[in-house]
Design a protein around this ligand. Structure first.
Ligand code: MN
Length: 353
């Protein structure tokens, strides 16, 4: 049928008239308010913007590092920080300047993070073609945040950024045990043949550097899986006392038993590679591996870690929007961070950590 004739038949049947009169009625009853869906600077969950790290006064500082320099081929993680922020504010209107009221969590049936001073410092300025300078700036920024008494939460960026973040803990009041969520060990060799191809700083060997920092008291890896030709890095990691828990081991044990295996420590730093999540739930990453955790598994693991001891910092790495579907991965990443922080501050409220 011709389109015109089809439309005329609809008019004749009264369908179009009914629809348009219903809409007219709706418009008359509820004129649309003049409002914007989101205004002001783009910040994570619309928290207060605090671009001056030197004077920041907060409990938590979110910081984006838009760097791809440590990734081998599938770049895109430089778009991660803003994508995580955008996904976190969809559907939200103008927000209050402070976080006094916190957020309502439908699954807990309660408000979380009320009164916790959350601020977003924006993205670190990244010079083009100078990854060494980038790493130095990351270290300086993290050290500044810690010096201000706040907890750094860094959005990557590729995972090579975690080493300069850990360097920034040099003057932190407590040593840190690193809890590494990742489908990969990221413990590749830095010289000679190996998983990282003999390159010094990549997203595949940041923990090989991190393990040597005197203020890193230990490392636990959670979520390992996949097939590799080489196992020399795993052997070296074991030799260095690193505990490696595979994704299937953790799935069998559950969150409580898994976290009970992490040694007691003065404080914990959690580095979270989004590829530890099953790729069907978090496709937006450059090196996906079959298998992996669900959102609930990861959320429960983080909750148990928050209850275990003092949490010194956190990073969310390898979110790569070009491979994502409907911002699913960015949204999942953002929610995990907020659920984790809710557990951290609920634990702190119960007593000193
Ligand atoms: Mn990684």
């Amino acid at each position: 049928m011709q389109r015109r004739a089809f439309l005329q038949s609809l008019v004749g049947s009264g369908v179009l008239t009914q629809v348009s009169s219903a809409r007219a009625e709706q418009d008359a009853v509820a004129p649309p308010p003049v409002a914007t869906t989101h205004a002001g600077p783009l910040t994570f969950f619309s928290v207060q913007a605090a671009p001056d790290l030197a004077t920041v006064s907060a409990d938590v500082v979110f910081l984006g590092v838009r760097s791809d320099a440590g990734h081998a081929g599938n770049t895109g993680t430089r778009l991660g920080p803003n994508s995580i922020r955008e996904a976190s504010v969809i559907g939200e209107g103008a927000q209050p300047a402070t976080n006094d009221a916190g957020f309502y969590d439908w699954e807990l049936g309660a408000r979380i993070l009320a009164g916790v001073r959350l601020v977003d410092a924006g993205n670190l300025a990244i010079p083009p073609g100078a990854p060494t300078v980038t790493r130095e700036r990351v270290t300086a920024a993290v050290a500044t945040i810690i010096g201000r008494g706040a907890m750094p939460i860094v959005f990557g960026g590729d995972h090579s950024i975690t080493f300069p973040i850990l360097r920034g803990f040099r003057t932190a009041p407590r040593k840190v045990h690193v809890i590494h969520f990742d489908s990969h060990h990221d413990f590749g060799a830095t010289t000679g043949p190996g998983d990282a191809g003999g390159l010094l700083y990549t997203h595949g060997n940041h923990l090989r550097h991190g393990v040597d920092l005197p203020w890193v008291s230990g490392i636990t890896m959670i979520g390992l899986r996949g097939l590799r030709r080489l196992e020399n890095a795993a052997a070296e990691a074991r030799r260095r006392g690193i505990q490696m828990l595979s994704a299937s081991q953790v799935t069998r044990m559950g969150a409580e038993k898994t976290v009970a295996q992490i040694p007691a420590a003065e404080s914990y730093y959690v580095t979270f590679d989004i590829d530890v999540i099953d790729p069907s739930l978090a496709p937006g990453t450059g090196t996906p591996v079959p298998g992996g955790f669900t959102y609930y598994q990861a959320s429960e693991l983080l909750e148990a870690i928050a209850a275990k001891g003092h949490i010194a910092g956190f990073d969310m790495m390898e979110v790569s929007p070009p491979y994502d579907f409907q911002n699913t991965t960015s949204r999942l990443a953002g929610h995990l961070i907020m659920r984790f922080l809710a557990s951290v501050f609920a634990a702190r409220a119960k007593g000193p950590r």
